[in-house]
Every structure is written in C-alpha cells, then in structure tokens.
Design a protein around this ligand. Structure first.
Ligand SMILES: Nc1ncnc2c1ncn2[C@@H]1O[C@H](COP(=O)(O)OP(=O)(O)O)[C@@H](O)[C@H]1O
Ligand SMILES: [Mg+2]
Length: 258
C-alpha cells in the first residue's frame, strides 16, 4: 500500500455567510493524481488554497492531515513547516509567481537559501531540477518577462523538485498556456508522478485534460461535490447530468480508451 500524503475530511470554506466549497473527502497517495474539476466558480480554488492554509479571508473548517502532520490547519506553524519542504503549490499564472526584478537564477537561489541550502547546494539542485523538466540552464540568466508561460511553468515545477517536495498541488496549471504547451506540461507532470512517485492534487475546469492522467476525479458544482470516483467511473459512466454535460462538451474525449 502506498503512503497517504494528503488526507482531507469535511473541508468547508465560507466567506462571510456564504459557503462556497464543501468537500467530504480527498485522499492523495504517493504516485497518485487526484483531480478536482468543475466549471468556474464551483469552489475549486477556494478549497485548494484553504487546505494549504492560504486563504486568510475565509472561514475554513474540517480536518487536513498532510504527511505525518495531523490537523495542519489548527496551527499555522504546521503548514508553514510543510510548504516548500514537502508540498508545493503550482499556480495558474507562473510568471506572476516570479519576482519581476530578479533574474530567474537569483530568484531560485533565494528560495532555496530560504529553505536552508548553501549557495553551492542551491546551484546544484536547481541545475539538476532544470534537467528533469527539460529546461535549458540559460533561463537562469533571464528575467521573468523574457521567458514564455510554458517555460515559467516548467521552472515553477523545477523549483518544487529542487526543494524535494513529494506532493504538488496545482491550480489550473495549464490554463494560461497555449494548447500545445498545455500538453507538454501534462506530459511532464505525468512523468514526475510515474518516475518519482510524486503525489498530485490538480484543479482544472478542463475534464479532457485531467482525464488523461488523473486516477481519481472529484466533480464540483456550486460548492458541492456531485461525483467522486476513479477516472474510469466518472468519465466512463458519469451518474449526474452535470458531469455528463462537462464530458459531452469535450468533442474529442474518447471514453472508449478508458
Ligand atoms: N476571497 C474571496 N472572498 C469572497 N468570495 C470569494 C473569494 N474567493 C472566491 N470567492 C467566491 O467563491 C466562489 C468560488 O470561487 P472559486 O473557489 O475561485 O471557484 P473556482 O476556482 O472553481 O472557479 C465564487 O462565487 C467566488 O466569487
Ligand atoms: Mg479557480
């Protein structure tokens, strides 16, 4: 049995009086990809940020266990001890996650040094991770505006790898990218999961995109989970009209391959 990296129960996110997201259960094991899909506004990002303790304006309840740390939301020190060490958030807008005034290499060095690496270790780990994501080392001399969105997303993933994280949480990691680049990033994430056993929790509005590599799919509508099951169950034989509509909206989603 694989190690459980993330275990969430009854996660509820409320802004003021309005509950925008409720997810009864999420479990991510090593080497497993869980996808949360649903139309815009269904509460996906709110849930993702909440379980990482990154939604300060929200009232969050529920239990989140990550690695060997229980109830990480009860104490900010618990989650801050995990972020960048065991778990990394990959965002929708990779370029804005960088510092516009810093060359990429300096930025990477600063992040790794903040996490206790020496300058030499930082350099070595970044170079190694760039190779793993097939990025040329020349990006280290560039500024964020001088690289493409796809390169920036590869770099964000490389930074997570150089930190040695075991769980990647990604919010629409390909939405801001061109279609061909989207496929490259999905292929990269898939290879990291397969070859390194990383766990992944991916949020997307694009069911076609996640159907190719998620093991488990959670479908959300208006803040509630309407379906949750293996990719075969949910894409192959959806039980709700909503999930069926999401799937049918994708012209080339070939259910027969599942
Ligand atoms: N910081 C916030 N304050 C108040 N309402 C918010 C905030 N963030 C999101 N919402 C609302 O919560 C709902 C769910 O949003 P979100 O989690 O971003 O959905 P999704 O990621 O599925 O598009 C939306 O109605 C949105 O307007
Ligand atoms: Mg969102």
């Amino acid at each position: 049995m694989s190690a459980v990296l993330l275990s969430v129960r009854d996660l509820s996110v409320t802004y003021g009086e309005r509950r925008v997201s409720f997810i009864p259960e999420i479990t991510v094991e090593a080497g497993e990809c869980v996808a949360i899909v649903g139309e815009s506004g269904s509460g996906k990002t709110s849930a993702l940020l909440a379980l990482l303790g990154l939604q300060p304006g929200a009232h969050v309840t529920g239990s989140v266990n990550m690695f060997d740390v229980v109830d990480v939301l009860d104490d900010p020190a618990r989650i801050s001890g995990l972020l960048g060490r065991k778990v990394a958030l990959v965002s929708q807008s990779p370029i804005s996650a960088l510092n516009p005034t810093m060359r990429i290499g300096k930025f990477a060095e600063a992040v790794l040094r903040k996490h206790g690496r020496t300058k030499a270790q930082a350099r070595e780990q970044v170079v190694e991770a760039l190779a793993a994501v097939a990025l040329n080392e020349s990006v280290l001399r560039r500024y964020p505006h001088q690289i493409s969105g796809g390169q920036a997303q590869r770099f964000a993933i490389a930074l997570a790898l150089s930190l040695g994280v075991e769980l990647i949480v990604a919010d629409e990691p390909t939405s801001a990218l061109d279609v061909t680049v989207q496929a490259d990033i999905v292929t990269l994430l898939e290879s990291l999961r397969r070859d390194r056993g990383l766990g992944m929790l991916i949020v997307s509005h694009d069911i076609a995109l996640v159907s190719g590599f998620a093991d488990h799919v959670i479908v959300m509508k208006d803040g509630e989970v309407v379906e949750s099951g293996t990719v075969h169950e949910v894409i192959g034989s959806p039980t709700t009209d909503y999930a069926r509509a999401l799937i049918d909206a994708v012209p080339h989603l070939d259910r027969s391959v599942l």
